[in-house]
Design a protein around this ligand. Structure first.
Ligand code: MN
Length: 263
């Protein structure tokens, strides 16, 4: 349930958004409009930054095509459908939607969480891989990995373990937790960018709970271990997919994210 304060915030946000969006008001008040036409925006499927077969032989072209053109496209279409019902959500970025999930009206929250997460996570995922990927990170990111995990091999083992152990559908993530790197796994399309998913209790020295904060954990690297990401080529052998995936990790992109997130 929404608390009163959240409700006030939501209402204020809605009013502010609607005030600058006369078109959106017309849309909400016109309840007689047919709902048949599929909404085409505001979210769009970003093109793959390379050809479908660019990551062969590690990730096959057919998997990439279906994963991007069908699965990612479906998240985008369903997110557009969800926000079409709440016009003020249409002016918020996908990052913004995921960072303020607790303020999304309850009956739309699951749709925004799943499809917004799906859209955001996959938009990152394509960029986190490259034909010229693999190997090891360099410079500042390499140092940070050593600080947090001892060495690159230790990091790789721990991340692989997290990805292997995701039960059912989900992702393994390398995130920035304050100044430190951390590995975590999240179910479904939950994204580390949603602060409400990692509430942290702040206690006083006697262990009494003072408050709960929702730290933001920018995702640096993510691995999709939904079966749709590997089943055509690897069938049930998720471990083989994970082993192959290390050969296409785009460390330049991860390093860029690390540099931006840390500043
Ligand atoms: Mn996927």
């Amino acid at each position: 349930m929404m608390t009163r304060r959240q409700a006030i915030k939501t209402t204020a946000l809605a009013s502010a958004a609607l005030a600058v969006l006369p078109g959106a008001i017309a849309q909400t008040t016109n309840t007689a409009a047919p709902a048949a036409a599929a909404p085409t925006g505001p979210f769009t499927l970003p093109p793959l930054p390379y050809a479908y077969d660019a990551l062969e032989p590690h990730i096959d072209a057919q998997t990439m095509q279906i994963h991007h053109d069908k699965h990612h496209a479906a998240y985008v279409a369903n997110l557009n459908k969800a926000v079409a019902e709440i016009p003020y959500l249409r002016i918020i970025t996908v990052e913004g939607l995921l960072q303020t999930l607790e303020r999304t009206p309850e009956n739309f929250r699951a749709a925004v969480r799943n499809n917004g997460g799906g859209h955001y996570n996959h938009s990152l995922f394509w960029q986190m891989m490259s034909k010229s990927g693999g190997g090891e990170p360099k410079a500042e990111l390499a140092k940070a990995i050593e600080t947090s995990f001892g060495n690159f091999a230790g990091f790789k083992t721990k991340f692989t373990d997290a990805a292997t152990k995701v039960f059912g559908s989900g992702w393994a993530w390398l995130v920035l937790d304050g100044k430190e790197l951390k590995i975590e796994s999240l179910p479904n399309q939950d994204s580390p960018i949603s602060p409400s998913l990692q509430p942290t209790e702040i206690n006083d020295s006697m262990g009494k709970k003072l408050t709960t904060i929702h730290p933001s954990q920018p995702p640096l690297l993510g691995l999709d271990v939904w079966e749709h990401a590997y089943y055509l080529k690897y069938q049930n052998k998720r471990a083989d997919y994970i082993t192959a995936w290390w050969n296409v990790v785009n460390w330049d992109f991860v390093a860029e994210r690390y540099a931006k997130s840390g500043s």
